[in-house]
Design a protein around this ligand. Sequence first.
Ligand SMILES: Nc1ncnc2c1ncn2[C@@H]1O[C@H](COP(=O)(O)OP(=O)(O)OP(=O)(O)O)[C@@H](O)[C@H]1O
Ligand SMILES: [Mg+2]
Length: 303
Amino acid sequence: MAIIKTKDLTKRFKDVLAVDDVNLEIEEGECFGLLGPNGAGKTTLIRMITAVSPPTNGEIWVQGKDLERSAREAKSIMGVVPQLDNLDPDLTVLQNLMTFARYFNVPKHEARHRSMELLGLFKLEDKRNSAIRELSGGMRRRLLIARGLVNNPRIIILDEPTIGLDPQARHLVWHKLTELHAQGVTRILCTHNMDEATVLCDRVAIMNEGRILDLDAPHKLVARHVGSDVWEIEVDSQERENLLAMLESRGLDFEDAGTHIYVFHVGQEDILTGIVGDGHKLRQRPAHLEDVFFRLTGRSLIE
Ligand SMILES: Nc1ncnc2c1ncn2[C@@H]1O[C@H](COP(=O)(O)OP(=O)(O)OP(=O)(O)O)[C@@H](O)[C@H]1O
Ligand SMILES: [Mg+2]
């Protein structure tokens, strides 16, 4: 049974259809990614699943129970790391964690123990008595993630977990998320970062303009939509129309990205002989999720 299931889930803000008819089944223990550009509807979807914002239409079940009727119970098994910092500025670093743990009825002694452990893990012990305003942006982000884990959640939902983190801190977070896998914790994350999605996620939903365009294991999405390699042709403006026409006439699968044309599912290089003249620079590279997004929408993930 899916740990989270949605049916025809929709959210409308006046004239904006932020989430449009989303049907998802998230399996217990998996790491599930939502990958999409700014405004795709990721945060809005997450806010409905975490019972923060009511749907305009559709239904959500958490552990088989209708979320509308069991929001309290659902929230007790979830850890949420929001996109925007909502730490309490009137409390210290340690107090922020302990207050949160107490909110989940964790006994005081245990709350302190867990909070200190998480501060250690995220390299914030030295800051435990600091005010929130004394933290750097990356430290706040780490504290927010620590807070999401303080109630030992069965489901952790992270909205852009590693945005603003340096590579070292990012790997700390990736490592922790991988460790949670061994404990059977379901992980859901929104990200623009295709490396993050590829490294961490068992399945990724590609989201754009409120809709899920496709959903599968990262390598399967890549294989299905673009093949194993991408051929990038650097085009100069004079040759451009000619080249596009030739690619078209040979039935090749390509996208025009302005300064470059990407050709997918090439298979053998000789398919391109005769099309790509000496004047063009041609490069073969491994395909990745960004290409999938480009193929599905004609847009870059990050513009
Ligand atoms: N409270 C709100 N009132 C009105 N419109 C909203 C509200 N929240 C989100 N939207 C709109 O809904 C759409 C989806 O926004 P959302 O924040 O879910 O996107 P996102 O995928 O999380 O983007 P980002 O990557 O920038 O975080 C956008 O067009 C946004 O302007
Ligand atoms: Mg968002």
